[in-house]
Design a binder for this molecule. Structure first.
Ligand SMILES: Cc1cc2nc3c(=O)[nH]c(=O)nc-3n(C[C@H](O)[C@H](O)[C@H](O)COP(=O)(O)OP(=O)(O)OC[C@H]3O[C@@H](n4cnc5c(N)ncnc54)[C@H](O)[C@@H]3O)c2cc1C
Ligand code: SF4
Length: 255
């Protein structure tokens, strides 16, 4: 039976700079420190507009806003096929359409699935730049979401400007340009362990407060281990969880 929580990092800076509540980064770091895994596979976008996937055993590398949610196609499955070592155990974050590739038992003791409405086409990101009179060549760092709930986009330019944009408004505008592979996608909750998302319906929108991560624990045996992480978790009912994911579920025709 699944259990449901609102969760966030106890470190206010990490919570503030992450996508929702910084739960995922803290859990990945905890997986390393506690010896559950040897390495973390994580996408980030440290410069420009090209996401890269890395494998690390350095917890500090995870705690950067460059590793917040990246709304681009990331060839995670191919990366894993080419790069993992047979004698190592990994934790990984996945989108539902990628999850089944990592449910390989003992090599992936921790698979954290991100709820997913869609991965926008690259034209969406370029459109955000165009509205700021920028081209991809102007970008030093592009962070889709960071800061106070529900997170602002932040573009840092090579000539030293920092330009914010309204993530939520940009996301809502993009909905009509869903890429074909995401149209009719009903995938959700494939991970046997943890599913995370935004508590859109549970936190007041644009509250100016710090964020929280909506958490579904599919494997209850993980709960004692999770409580040892640098995380605050508050249990919520199944009804509350459904209230938050209702619109996503309606779109995905599941649950
Ligand atoms: C493309 C996409 C669509 C999403 N759609 C929804 C949605 O419709 N509704 C909803 O409630 N939530 C959605 N999410 C999830 C949400 O954005 C947050 O990821 C989630 O709430 C966890 O927040 P956090 O603060 O705990 O994560 P953080 O602590 O900020 O950690 C984020 C982790 O995710 C990893 N990561 C970043 N981008 C990707 C990626 N593309 N693929 C795999 N791993 C990645 C990073 O390396 C990092 O380890 C989506 C995420 C993505 C990437
Ligand atoms: S909407 Fe479905 S197909 Fe599209 S990226 Fe998300 S999980 Fe994959």
């Amino acid at each position: 039976m699944s259990h449901y929580f609102l969760a966030y990092s106890k470190n206010q800076d990490i919570r503030q700079l992450s996508t929702s509540g910084g739960f995922v980064k803290e859990v990945l770091a905890h997986a390393l420190r506690s010896g559950l895994v040897d390495k973390i596979i994580y996408p980030h976008m440290p410069s420009g507009l090209e996401p890269i996937v890395e494998i690390t055993s350095d917890t500090e590398k995870l705690f950067s806003p460059c590793a917040n949610s990246i709304y681009q196609d990331i060839p995670l499955t191919r990366f894993v096929r080419d790069r993992i070592q047979q004698n190592e155990r990994y934790a990984i974050t996945t989108l539902p359409c990628q999850s089944k590739a990592f449910l390989l038992g003992s090599q992936f003791p921790l698979v954290i699935e991100l709820q997913c409405g869609r991965v926008p086409s690259p034209a969406w990101t370029y459109g955000i730049l165009t509205r700021q009179n920028l081209t991809p060549q102007d970008v030093k760092r592009f962070i889709y979401r960071t800061g106070e709930w529900p997170g602002q986009g932040r573009i840092e330019t090579l000539d030293g400007r920092i330009l914010p944009f309204n993530f939520r408004r940009a996301w809502d505008e993009e909905v009509h340009h869903k890429p074909p592979r995401c149209c009719g996608c009903t995938l959700y909750n494939k991970s046997p362990q943890l599913v995370v998302g935004d508590p859109w319906r549970l936190l007041p929108m644009f509250s100016g407060e710090s964020g929280m991560t909506l958490l579904r624990v599919n494997d209850p045996s993980l709960i004692p281990w999770l409580t040892e992480a640098n995380i605050k978790m508050t249990a919520i009912s199944h009804q509350k969880y459904q209230q938050s994911v209702k619109s996503l579920m309606r779109r995905k025709k599941r649950e």
